[in-house]
Design a protein around this ligand. Sequence first.
Ligand code: ZN
Length: 177
Amino acid sequence: MSLSLEIREQVRQRARRACEFCGVSEVDVGGLLTIDHFHPQSKGGSDDLDNLIYCCVRCNQYKQDYWPTCEADPMLWNPRQGNTSGNFVELEDGRVVGISSCGEFTILRLRLNRAPLVEYRMRRRQQAEQTRLLQRYRDLVALLTQANGQLSDLLLEQQQLLQEQRDLLRFLLEQQE
Ligand SMILES: [Zn+2]
């Protein structure tokens, strides 16, 4: 049975319009993503919201209708059951490594280290770094502006003191005459 528009929209919004497996968003790919049945319909999976994953075309394609058939078969990571921590770690070079057998299997099955995805993560890291540097630059400019203001106040105070000293000196000289 096909999913209603309402359900599709619910799944889409819940995922914040990004692939729940790899993180690329509709904006990144320039279009809607797909809806995947985590437990495939062909293997008895239901249309329950809990079984629906918002998913990019590539992840969906690589996942296909995978479902373990015996105890020894590895399980895919299920985004419905928590975040990636405990299963994957992202490295500085943009690759992800599995830190659990489920994580390792998911990376292999969904090709989560495919070249464009690694590049995407690198770009995202660079953007985050640029944002951080820009914020630091803004903070520094604000500090310098503040210091400049304080310096002006000090100069003004110094000028006033000098003027007072001059007045005093003049007064003393007048007294002596
Ligand atoms: Zn994906």
